[in-house]
Design a protein around this ligand. Structure first.
Ligand SMILES: Nc1ncnc2c1ncn2[C@@H]1O[C@H](COP(=O)(O)OP(=O)(O)O)[C@@H](O)[C@H]1O
Ligand SMILES: [Mg+2]
Length: 412
């Protein structure tokens, strides 16, 4: 009796799903990437119970032809690459051809799509985690695709147990939507949870609209306390926004870095950014940033991680140096004489309530006067002033005076 046998397709897919589908947020990531790869300009995301019960993603992209529908759900089936050369220059977000097959093996999945202009055409494919045999039937659908994923991990109870509370799962899922929304300003996104609209982001084409989107995602205080970056040293270009040193955070939770439109986490890049901020940030504080690095796709390998969160640069040292010097220069430029501008930014947010307290109009937070000036926690105030080359003792006094003057003005 031979001991070696081929895995059946469901089990093979479930093993792959272990890498690709960790939680509802992973499903949303894969589905949104497919919608973006299909050229969608509007994507609607409906979620129930943190995504564990239902995830429905509807796009107006190119759609899938009826004859391709069952293949779309098969493993190692993709329309995006056909050769090793394609892989080496891949510019689509997906290319491994395993997401839908993996998701389908651990959920009740329905894919409905139409590649034609006529809404009466279209077809739908359903699979229920079983042997992956796909049920195909005609289904009217406007041009584009709807992916519906119900009861994630219903047939893999061990993995279902790993799901956290509805809120935690939704937070992860929302984070995925935020990242992709920051990567594609030209696409409109709507996110609803249990019927409630959480984000409604219109497509943004001009700078003011982009800033509005960043404010909606990162908070209005961030966009008002940032430096716009746009640096180029061929073959690299870096653009986006970095927080002023006064807008530092206690955690690295407002850090978005995109390489050729793909959000990534990378030690080398994290190090370059950290170094650039080294002289202007307190130990233990984290910078906030939304940055976009663009380079020739051949200079970066995106196929080093199943969910493609990590990349490998051909010339890591050059990338590091470029990012470090672009940011270091930008941060140095705002140092001298920028204190006044920062005060103004901070002051516009602070509304004194007359009882020694004030409301931060950007965050809605109520704080005592003693923690107010400069839009930074009291402990950081002196430090940011030092950074700006001012005597430490002057800072709070100046800040307070300025604020109380403002608060006497009508309407403040
Ligand atoms: N929203 C969509 N719009 C158009 N085509 C889609 C969509 N989702 C999936 N597809 C098609 O199904 C194929 C398989 O998708 P997937 O399993 O995610 O693999 P990959 O994205 O790696 O190619 C894709 O290559 C694409 O042709
Ligand atoms: Mg995909």
């Amino acid at each position: 009796m031979p001991k070696i046998h081929l895995l059946n397709s469901r089990l093979a897919n479930q093993i792959a799903a272990g890498e690709v589908v960790e939680r509802p947020a992973s499903v949303v990531k894969e589905a949104l990437e497919n919608s973006l790869d299909a050229g969608a300009t509007r994507i609607e995301i409906d979620v129930e119970a943190g995504g564990a019960k239902l995830i429905r993603i509807r796009d107006n992209g190119s759609g899938i032809a009826a004859e391709d529908m069952s293949l779309a759900l098969a493993r190692h089936a993709t329309s995006k690459i056909a050769s090793l050369e394609d892989l080496e220059r891949v510019s689509s977000l997906g290319f491994r051809g395993e997401a839908l097959a993996s998701i389908g093996s651990v959920s009740r999945l329905t894919l409905t799509s139409n590649a034609h202009e006529q809404g009466s055409e279209g077809s739908s494919a359903a699979c229920e985690g079983r042997e992956m045999e796909v049920q195909l039937r005609p289904a009217p659908h406007p041009r584009g695709t709807t992916l519906e994923v119900r009861d994630l991990f219903f047939n893999t109870p061990a993995r279902r147990k790993f799901l956290r509370t509805e809120k935690t799962e939704f937070d992860h899922l929302e984070e995925v939507v935020k990242r992709l929304a920051l990567s594609r300003f030209d696409v409109a996104f709507t996110l609803r949870h249990n019927g409630k609209v959480i984000h409604n982001l219109n497509a943004a084409s001009v700078q003011a609209e982009s800033r509005r989107r960043v404010a909606a995602i990162c908070g209005p205080a961030f966009i008002e306390q940032t430096i716009a970056i746009d640096a180029e040293a061929p073959p690299y270009r870096l653009s986006g926004w970095v927080g002023l040193p006064t807008f530092s955070r206690s955690q690295g939770d407002l850090q978005y870095f995109f390489v050729n439109g793909r959000v990534i986490r990378d030690r080398l890049i994290a190090h370059a950014v950290k170094q650039a901020y080294r002289d202007v940030l307190y130990h233990g504080r984290h910078p906030a940033f939304v940055l976009y690095l663009e380079l020739d796709p051949a200079q970066v390998d995106v196929n080093v991680h199943p969910t493609k969160h990590e990349v490998r640069f051909r010339d890591g040292r050059a990338v590091h140096n470029f990012i470090f010097s672009a940011l270091h220069r930008a941060l140095a430029e705002v140092r001298p004489g920028h204190a006044a501008a920062q005060q103004d930014v901070a002051a516009t947010h602070l509304l004194a309530t007359g009882d020694g307290m004030a409301i931060d109009t950007a965050t809605g937070e109520i704080r005592s006067q003693s923690t107010l000036a400069w839009g930074a926690p009291a402990a950081d105030r002196g430090r940011s002033l030092q950074v700006l080359g001012r005597p430490q003792a002057q800072g709070p006094r100046r800040g307070t005076r300025r604020r109380s003057r403002r608060s006497r003005r009508p309407g403040h």
